[in-house]
Design a protein around this ligand. Structure first.
Ligand code: EAX
Length: 332
């Protein structure tokens, strides 16, 4: 009797796992940055949480460092439904939905906490709501962080020191004009090509948070890091709408819950690393200098025409709402 009971349990277990196997959903998450960067660490945490929360129904395989293509290529793959997840900079996403460009307006956020409040609040939700029309679903904002200029020529002490440098920028018109506005020669390219461009001296400079400088080993090819902090950069956790639309309500909920938890982890990791990496980059041979508040204000002043141009381009209303949301966060 007991034996029969055991066999029945075994049969049910096998049937259930066969069913789960049949229903298993496979997804690919591509990042442009290496394993040690919070973008990929966040993707790995997200994959683990999605699998746990879906009781193993959904398996997310992570491909780091541009193995599936550049940010722009991966966004297109999500739109086409040939890739499921990615988390690009809002600056590259702005090529598809111009409103996302607002995040990169120079010298807007004063702290990560302000960015969290704006991005997690109604303003950020409104931005995400614009994605489904372009074949994408936005789950959350992750952190890339405050961007600093590195270069092989000289420390940037004054705003004028940027002039004449060949600076790689992201593939985003605002960033191209921002560095053009400071007198640099802006050269847009995907981050996946950047190390080689710096090493071969095709460009003199680039701008990215400490975490990217470290993960991409730019310390091997760039001597100077100057804390311009000219823009805060967020990443958008994206899922292909074609994939999303096929999921059950329970699977979507599992993914959303995993996204919320992975977001807290990604931001915490980014902040912890940024706090440690300044010392680490110095140890690795970089010469780091702080750019004064006064010089940063002068840079912002020089960029007024660029800010005005992109305010018109992105839309007065969006830009107004953006700064109102920052003001509100600041008053908290
Ligand atoms: O998507 O391109 C860049 O410099 C970005 O910081 C990075 O790829 C994040």
């Amino acid at each position: 009797m007991r034996k029969t009971w055991k066999l029945a349990v075994l049969a049910i277990t096998l049937a259930a796992s066969a069913l789960a196997g049949a229903q298993q959903i496979k997804a690919r998450f591509g990042t442009s940055l290496p394993e040690s960067h919070p973008q990929t660490l966040g993707a790995r945490k997200f994959a683990e949480l999605v699998e746990a929360r879906s009781q193993g129904r959904i398996k997310v395989a992570v491909y780091s460092a541009g193995q599936l293509g550049s940010d722009m290529q991966m966004q297109a793959a999500l739109q086409g439904g040939t890739q499921e997840f990615t988390a690009p900079s809002t600056a590259t996403l702005a090529g598809l939905v111009k409103d996302f460009g607002v995040i990169g307006l120079p010298f807007s956020f004063a702290s990560e906490q302000e960015a969290d409040a704006v991005l997690d609040g109604p303003f950020g939700q409104k931005l995400l709501a614009k994605l489904p029309a372009r074949g994408l679903v936005g789950l959350a904002f992750w952190e890339n962080g405050f961007r600093n200029v590195t270069n092989s020529k000289r420390p940037i002490v004054h705003a004028e020191d940027i002039a004449g440098l060949k600076v790689r920028t992201m593939q985003n018109n605002l960033y191209i004009d921002m560095f053009g506005g400071l007198g640099a020669n802006a050269v847009p390219m995907p981050v996946t090509e950047l190390f080689t461009a710096l090493e071969s001296r095709a460009v003199d400079a680039q701008e990215n948070p400490y975490t990217v400088v470290h993960a991409q080993k730019f310390y091997d090819v760039q001597k100077y890091l100057s804390t311009t902090g000219h823009a805060y950069d967020a990443l958008t956790l994206l899922v292909s709408k074609k994939f999303w639309d096929k999921l059950s309500a329970a699977d979507r909920q599992a993914i959303q819950d995993a996204a919320a938890e992975a977001t807290a982890y990604e931001r915490r990791t980014s902040r912890e690393l940024n706090a440690q990496l300044r010392g680490e980059l110095t140890r690795l041979g970089m010469q780091i200098n702080d750019v004064s508040l006064q010089e940063r204000a002068r840079m912002r002043e020089k960029l007024q025409p660029v800010i005005a141009k992109y305010t018109a381009g992105i839309g007065e209303d969006t830009v107004h709402d953006f700064f109102a949301a920052i003001d509100q966060a600041r008053k908290r």
